[in-house]
Design a protein around this ligand. Structure first.
Ligand code: ATP
Length: 201
């Protein structure tokens, strides 16, 4: 998987449109404290579907991620971030050589918009697209400063969950839980159907 480019506009400290291009194997982002390095990490997780404002280091509302103004600039009303991936090796199961995933949020509307290759889609389409790639929002492909200390301090069962995620077992557990849930719903429906049949007889 190769993340070629990130385009940010109105996201946290990135008031103006900013394009960050990654064109070598290892890229380091350096800058003074508070200049917005971690905001880039937040932007990637946001596009991949992060729904927790807290884990994006915001306050109570998702609109906290929209540029809120500075001494020089007025606040803006729209945040938009696009991740552009090289897909020539078909890392994503989609027949395009480049995959663009976009998330957009307007201050007046708490519902975000999601797009894949500029076509509007649901959040589920994005989570499904990244689910098998190891790139999901809960995956270990993005490790934050806070993650390191929580790994070190994790309880054995929490650490086991991390190993399961790294080994690729976690996604099967998630799918199993979804299937068990559906099975339970079907069993409940069957029981209800039997009751109705008994009433009719
Ligand atoms: P450090 O090196 O100290 O970890 P950093 O370069 O990682 O810092 P970030 O944490 O990415 O910096 O950015 C923090 C900056 O982002 C702060 O100046 C904060 O005011 C700004 N910021 C965060 N959210 C918003 C927002 N919604 N609107 C405007 N600025 C914001």
């Amino acid at each position: 998987m190769f993340l070629k480019r990130i385009e940010l506009q109105g996201f946290k400290s990135f008031a103006d449109k900013s394009i960050i291009t990654f064109d070598s194997d290892v890229t380091g982002i350096v800058g003074p404290n508070g200049c917005g390095k971690s905001n880039i990490n937040d932007a990637i997780r946001w596009v991949l579907g992060e729904q927790s404002v807290k884990s994006l280091r915001g306050g109570n509302s998702m609109s906290d991620i929209i540029f809120s103004g500075s001494a020089q600039r007025k606040a803006v009303n729209l945040a938009e971030v696009t991740l552009v991936f090289d897909n020539t090796k078909r890392f994503f199961d989609i027949a395009y050589d480049e995959v663009e995933i976009t998330r957009r949020l307007r201050r007046q509307n708490s519902e975000a918009e999601y797009l894949i290759n500029k076509t509007p889609c649901r959040l589920k389409d994005i989570t499904d697209l990244v689910m098998d790639t190891g790139l999901g929002r809960d995956s270990l492909s993005i490790i934050t400063q806070g993650n390191i200390s929580s790994f070190a301090e994790a309880k054995p069962e929490e650490r086991r969950a991390l190993f399961e995620e790294a080994a690729g077992v976690a996604k099967y557990k998630k799918r199993k839980n979804v299937s068990l849930h559906k099975l339970k719903n079907t069993q409940d429906n069957l029981a209800r159907l039997e009751d109705i049949i008994l009433e009719l007889e």
